[in-house]
Design a protein around this ligand. Structure first.
Ligand code: BDR
Ligand code: CA
Length: 311
């Protein structure tokens, strides 16, 4: 039986590739719905971009629900300087012809989680939708199998401030609710995603697939990689969000440690920092599997194989 998942996302080229990977893997993953949140670009665009991926994958059977258009407390900070004006610059795709599903993503999440206990949430953006759902009905925590999330960084530091990674920095109050919820968590921080770098050969492999999804992936990654290559002086850009989906497909490609993780929500200097007790200094109960190892070539091989199965 495929694992039922809901993907909460703010596409973003790397989110878009994560959506394609999940939608290309129906034998393992049942994508029950996609919920969108403001993050890399405003909500209207993250919703539009999700619809475009569903159409590109030929999977318009998967509903897309639009969610929160700003973080729970702090102002929205977008990242067009990384992702371009549309969020998925480089994809060269037409506007979607389909519409989002009726209703707000938070209402949908509450109802869907209650109705079908045991689903896994995959969060690829700020945690606003899930945090808001938990604030409204804390009891849903018991009905969620686990959350696999892209966010945070510890030895690697931050990518938005010296201390904080974008998804957690964007909505630390929501992240705090998630990390305190008691839901089993798996975290893909910058420590692992900065090992999953694009390269000319890896991008060419997507283009060589000869299908529309491969061409869009290659175009998006060519646009997207330039910011991080310049910032970090690396030969490629980190493909953050697809690690979440790859973990569900092939967990043996990853390694990590169960730790206690807390979120900084008060200090402006370190706002949104993921404080990982890697060395068990607090002896607090672990609330999260913190992933820090990846078979990066295996990851790109999986991605290329699955995107090759799409139209
Ligand atoms: C995260 O922030 C966004 O730029 C990416 O989509 C990813 O989810 C990386 O910090
Ligand atoms: Ca994202």
């Amino acid at each position: 039986m495929p694992t039922p998942i809901i993907i909460d996302t703010d596409p973003g080229q790397d989110d878009a590739v994560a959506l394609l990977l999940a939608l290309a893997s129906p034998a393992e993953l049942e994508v029950v719905a996609i919920t969108t949140v403001a993050g890399n670009v405003p909500l209207e665009l993250t919703t539009r971009n999700s619809l475009m991926m569903v159409e590109l994958a030929g999977r318009t059977d998967v509903p897309v629900y639009a969610g929160c258009d700003q973080p729970m407390v702090r102002p929205l900070v977008t990242a067009e300087f990384v992702h371009g004006k549309s969020g998925i610059d480089g994809s060269n795709l037409p506007n979607p012809t389909t519409q989002p599903a009726d209703g707000h993503a938070v209402d949908y999440l509450l109802q869907a989680i209650r109705q079908r206990p045991g689903m896994t949430l995959c969060t690829l953006g700020p945690l606003t939708n899930v945090g808001t759902a938990l604030q409204r009905e804390p009891g849903i925590a018991e009905d969620i199998e686990k959350i696999v999330l892209m966010g945070g960084g510890f030895f690697e530091g931050g990518n938005t401030t010296p201390a904080a990674e974008f998804n957690i920095y964007e909505d630390p109050q929501a992240a705090d609710l998630v990390f305190r919820s008691g839901i089993p968590l798996v975290m893909m921080p910058l420590d692992v995603t900065h090992q999953a770098l694009t390269s000319d050969a890896r991008i060419q492999a997507f283009r060589d697939l000869g299908n529309a999804a491969g061409a869009a992936t290659a175009g998006m990654l060519e646009f997207y990689e330039r910011y991080d290559m310049e910032r970090y002086g690396t030969l490629g850009g980190p493909l953050h969000d697809p690690t979440v989906i790859a973990y569900l497909l092939e967990p043996e490609m990853f390694g990590g440690r169960h730790c206690s993780v807390e979120i900084e929500t008060t200090s402006e200097l370190t706002m949104g920092m993921t404080v990982v007790d890697w060395w068990d200094l607090t002896e607090a109960d672990p609330n999260c599997l913190v992933v820090n190892q990846i078979d990066d070539q295996g990851f790109y091989t999986l991605l290329t194989d699955r995107i090759g199965r799409l139209p």
